[in-house]
Design a protein around this ligand. Sequence first.
Ligand code: MN
Length: 288
Amino acid sequence: MKIAIFNDNVLGVVKGNRVTDVSKNVGWDHADPNASFLRLMDQFDDLKEEIERETDKGISYSLDEVTFKSPVPSTRKIWAAPVNYRKHQEEMNKMFNNAPRTIEDIALFLKSPESLSGPSDPILLPFKDRRTDHEAELGYVVGKKAKNVMADEAKDYIFGYFALLDISIRGHEERTWRKSFDTFTPIGPWIVTADEIENPHNLEMKLWVNDEIRQDGNTKHLIYDCYKCFEVACNNMTLLPGDIIATGTPEGVGPIEPGDRVRIKIDQIGEFTVDVKLSSAMNSFVKS
Ligand code: MN
């Protein structure tokens, strides 16, 4: 099932090129989408049939007449994979003349939960003169509280998958800082529930800037797959429902500029396009 949030926090299910309002079937509170979303994930197995029935007869809209919001309304934490594809390691090595270590050496890093944004929201660049890159990634949302869950059981804890952009300023500051600005984690266009993604480790993933293709990868090349990332993220640490995991980017990362349009597309999930703008806010930290 493709679960979306659109317009004024309406809960929708996407089928073909239509999205159906299923808010009333799950007691969705438009004023509190976060609590509603957590309840939806918690009760999903019981609500699923009712939602499916409504999807075929409820009020629906064409996809191009609605505005999609982040399908996860808010999150407590975003765990992200650093170098998790060999070819990305190679390109970073060439680009910056150093040898970045992979996830096998440096595990995961946190992005600010406030960096989360939706598939219709612009990316706001905080600096005019700092190189800021796109990274196309497969992301997923945690459905159940988890601690010390091993990779072979992780599947049961993943609620669903989406496309994710890990926007990254290049430089020598901590990853967390360089990747945590507001709007630096757009996700969407909706959540595809885990039961519909038979194998998350064979999904083609592409990214364009304007009409130029920049990234063309496949999740089969992940060093740590989605489940191993999950294991690492909850090894003696608690994962909570609504937490997000970003699984890392394949090769082809490159800079984005104000005025660009970034399009990401993942097989079996979908695509979205976001505008790049310069933030109007002042910045006091402009080193390196
Ligand atoms: Mn990344």
